[in-house]
Design a binder for this molecule. Structure first.
Ligand code: PLP
Length: 427
């Protein structure tokens, strides 16, 4: 198929009319379909339902040390949970805290502690500065940006390249500005692009020389074992790489079972150097007596080991792989080679990121909305909701059943075409 950008005006008008007719037909169907948030489908949730009954009586609630998990105590988590999650993210027992139900909450908390208390490299709380700044690889995860916005932290966009953030830019900016206190990273199957940082990028992170001695890397490894195919991407261990060069106090690693067991009812963890974890734990002790150890215990008993958890992820993959493949096939069949969109084929994670022609993302989403398709708002993948080129769209294929996903994608693709043709015809 020829590029839309080279069409004659009558040809573009004909294609527009054709797409518009199909679009209006769909619109008349009054559909209500959702491709907005990266949620597991109910079929996926059911995979883990065995976890609901692993603790059947009070007798089952004692951990391997004979500790009664129904009670207060063990603020940083029970040892068997530390072992399980430590194996997944590469942390020793003194380098991890087993938290509550949400890693975002731990991220917010770590950042809040920076604001109110500061970190041990500097006794000065971040909030004492007129303004602090965070680097935000873009496109990125909207909720990271919302956390920064809620604290009035200035966000600086750093483009994502093929293998991670533009490290030349990260190195240059962090070296020159002591008010840049942190960076958000989703290093494996990034949200929304599904990219995994290369070894070189991870090593450059470990070797950063920021002007702020209390600079922190927020390493949100949300998709650490979320492969779609048997052969997944591999990510270098940032904690290990940092230890090699003595920068391990700089990293906070986060993960959770939100997309392994249940979102909102899973287990979240934070890891870092022993020093970081001991500092975090001390501050945490003022704020809670302990997290939900019964849920940690349930996860340990159900998954048994890191390998058990990885095996379980294959069951999720079997449900979501056909959805990713359907979306990618439809994009290939209907949008490839016509010059109005490009996208990335991820090997894991929860999203497919698509770029429209510049200036067309908002219009595409608005057209989809009018036809009953809810998508992540255009701009959401950028700080302040401002995509400078108005082109990035996040597709979340996991939640709808396959037949609904197919219809939603048919309509979405028509919207991409309509928005592009409107732009081409307006010239
Ligand atoms: N981090 C990333 C990159 C995510 O995509 C998500 C959810 O979509 C989360 C964190 C939320 O994690 P949790 O449910 O553990 O708060």
């Amino acid at each position: 198929m020829a590029s839309y950008l080279e069409l004659s005006k009558p040809e573009a008008e004909r294609l527009y009319e054709e797409a518009k007719n199909s679009y209006e037909n769909y619109k008349a169907m009054n559909l209500r379909l959702d491709m907005s948030r990266g949620k597991p489908s109910s079929k996926q949730l059911s995979i883990t339902d065995g976890i609901l009954t692993v603790l059947k009586s009070g007798e089952d609630c004692y951990n391997e040390n004979g500790f009664d998990c129904r009670n207060y105590g063990q603020l940083d988590g029970i040892p068997e949970a530390k072992k399980l999650f430590g194996d997944i993210i590469g942390a020793n027992e003194d380098e991890i805290i087993i938290g509550g139900n949400s890693s975002l909450n731990l991220m917010y908390d770590a950042l809040a502690k920076g604001m109110t208390n500061g970190f041990f490299e500097s006794s000065r709380p971040w909030a004492k500065e007129d303004k602090i700044k965070f680097l935000c690889p873009v496109p990125g995860y909207d909720r990271h940006f919302t956390v920064c916005e809620s604290f009035g932290i200035e966000m600086i966009n750093v483009p994502m390249l093929e293998d991670g953030p533009d490290m030349d830019m990260v190195e240059k900016l962090t070296a020159s500005d002591p008010l840049i206190k942190g960076i958000w990273c989703v290093p494996k199957y990034s949200n929304p692009e599904g990219k995994t940082y290369s070894d070189e990028v991870v090593r450059r992170f470990a070797r950063l020389k920021p002007a702020a001695k209390d600079f922190k890397i927020f390493w949100d490894n949300a998709y650490v074992i979320h492969e779609i195919y048997d052969e997944g991407d591999s990510l270098l261990d940032i904690l290990e790489e940092s230890k090699k060069v003595g920068t391990e106090d700089r990293v906070f690693i986060f993960a959770s079972t939100s997309k392994i067991s249940y979102p909102g009812a899973g287990v979240a963890v934070v890891a870092g150097s022993a020093k970081t974890i001991s500092y975090f734990k001390k501050l945490l002790s003022a704020q809670t007596i302990s997290f939900d150890k019964l849920n940690s215990l349930r996860h340990v008993r159900y998954f048994k080991s890191a390998d058990g958890m990885r095996k379980h992820m294959k069951l999720h993959a079997a449900v979501i792989r056909p959805k990713f493949e359907l979306v990618l096939k439809m994009l290939d069949e209907q949008l490839k080679g016509i010059g109005i969109a490009d996208w990335i084929k991820p090997r894991g994670g929860y999203f497919i990121s698509l770029n429209t022609l510049n200036g067309c993302a908002k219009r595409t989403i608005a057209l989809a909305k009018d036809a009953g398709i809810t998508m992540t708002p255009a701009g959401a993948t950028y700080p302040y909701g401002k995509d400078p080129t108005d082109s990035n769209i996040r597709i979340a294929p996991t939640y709808p059943p396959l037949d609904e996903l197919k219809t939603a994608m048919e309509i979405f693709i028509l919207c991409v075409k309509l928005a592009a043709l409107e732009k081409i015809l307006s010239k």
